[in-house]
Design a protein around this ligand. Structure first.
Ligand SMILES: [Zn+2]
Length: 167
């Protein structure tokens, strides 16, 4: 059982100056490559992912303001410049250290890009100029951490408060 067609549907749809029946219009839609329609589709973001992103943002904001300068300026021959970012000493993929202050410092975009692309230079620089942090990271980097939604929310609140405290 199908609902009765409305007046508009009876009249059909105008397509390139031609009036089409709903069936014909449907055929055209189905024959149209999906590209345009899928491009419009947004990937739904889960509450967990959204909370994680917010925690990352709050953490990064705090770190950038805590250091307030590129911590690598003058330590190497890399040209310092660009906006200040939050650099993780060990990648954010190491969850146990992802929200650990010891594992993060402010750095300019120039330094951040350079060392992202030169990981062994990065390790050498850390060992030379930040040996205590290096040792700490080496000690903890293989530990596991899993975060629930409420953990991310708590982290966001915690670093937002810290950030506001130094402003
Ligand atoms: Zn720099």
């Amino acid at each position: 059982m199908f609902p009765k067609p409305t007046k508009k549907e009876k009249k059909g749809l105008l397509y390139s100056g031609k009036r089409l029946s709903p069936e014909e219009a449907l055929k055209i839609v189905q024959a149209t490559p999906l590209l345009k329609r899928t491009a419009m589709k947004r990937t739904p973001v889960s509450p967990l992912k959204r909370a994680k992103k917010k925690a990352d943002t709050a953490f990064a904001l705090y770190i950038r303001n805590r250091d307030n300068k590129c911590m690598l300026a003058g330590l190497d021959n890399v040209r310092c410049g660009g906006g200040l970012q939050c650099m993780h000493l060990r990648t954010r993929g190491v969850y146990i250290l992802r929200f650990d202050e010891v594992n993060a410092m402010a750095g300019c975009a120039g330094h951040h890009v350079y060392y992202t692309n030169h990981p062994s230079d990065w390790d050498h620089l850390l060992q030379e100029f930040f040996p205590e942090r290096w040792a700490y990271i080496e000690e903890h980097k293989n530990e596991e951490a899993h975060y629930k939604l409420s953990d991310y929310q708590e982290l966001e609140r915690f670093y937002t408060r810290l950030f506001e405290g130094i402003m």
